[in-house]
Design a protein around this ligand. Structure first.
Ligand SMILES: [Zn+2]
Length: 201
């Protein structure tokens, strides 16, 4: 069986570490890249290096950012006393695209998912608690904007129970979000409605 040149095989192996990319797709992608001008490949490589070198987690909301605190957390026009909790950065992006939320966020990194071995200790709940304890004046509302599926539900219930002792208003968006749906794929109107229709839990 013919083998690929080492540098090509090396890149194929990197591609196969990405979700949904098997060896055949990885090979196709690499051969597609090989048809591009060398400058494009260097730019692609630099873009990858740049996220390794320049992207960090915001120390307040735990979202990916080029500056710390991130643009949202350092924006004086955002309401720092309302925290919208999301599972991942794409959910935050979807909510930002509604242009209908003026509070701040907290990115957990993942939903609790016992089947995948993701426990409450594996997501950024500790950072959320510290933020709620430290923010002065007190946080007025925590909005749980978690996916309308089993994992999102599990995470929301866990957080609602955990946060009860902080006497903060806890609301959950979900109305209007189809059951089983991922936040990041909901359209802006649906998300805006869900946000406005949030209910205290
Ligand atoms: Zn931030």
């Amino acid at each position: 069986m013919p083998t690929l040149p080492l540098s090509i095989q090396n890149l194929v192996d990197h591609f196969t570490t990405l979700p949904g990319i098997g060896p055949k797709t990885a090979e196709k992608l690499v051969f597609f890249l090989l048809k591009r001008p060398p400058k494009d490949l260097h730019d692609f490589g630099s873009a990858l290096s740049s996220i390794a070198d320049n992207v960090q987690l915001c120390s307040i909301c735990q979202n990916f950012t080029n500056q710390n605190p991130c643009e949202i957390c350092s924006n004086p026009r955002r309401d720092k006393n309302t925290i919208c909790v999301v599972a991942d950065p794409l959910d935050l992006l979807a909510l930002e695209n509604t242009h209908n939320f003026r509070g701040t966020y907290h990115v957990l990194g993942h939903n609790i998912n016992p089947l995948e071995g993701i426990t409450p200790n594996d997501i950024r709940i500790r950072e959320l608690i510290q933020r709620i304890e430290k923010t002065d004046p007190k946080i007025s509302e925590v909005i749980l904007a978690l996916d309308a599926n089993t994992e999102g539900e599990t995470t929301a219930l866990y957080l609602a129970r955990l946060l009860r002792k902080y006497h903060v208003k806890i609301t959950r968006i979900g109305k209007g979000l189809p059951m089983g749906s991922d936040m990041e794929y909901a359209d802006s109107v649906t998300l805006s409605n869900a946000l406005e229709g949030r209910r205290e839990i």
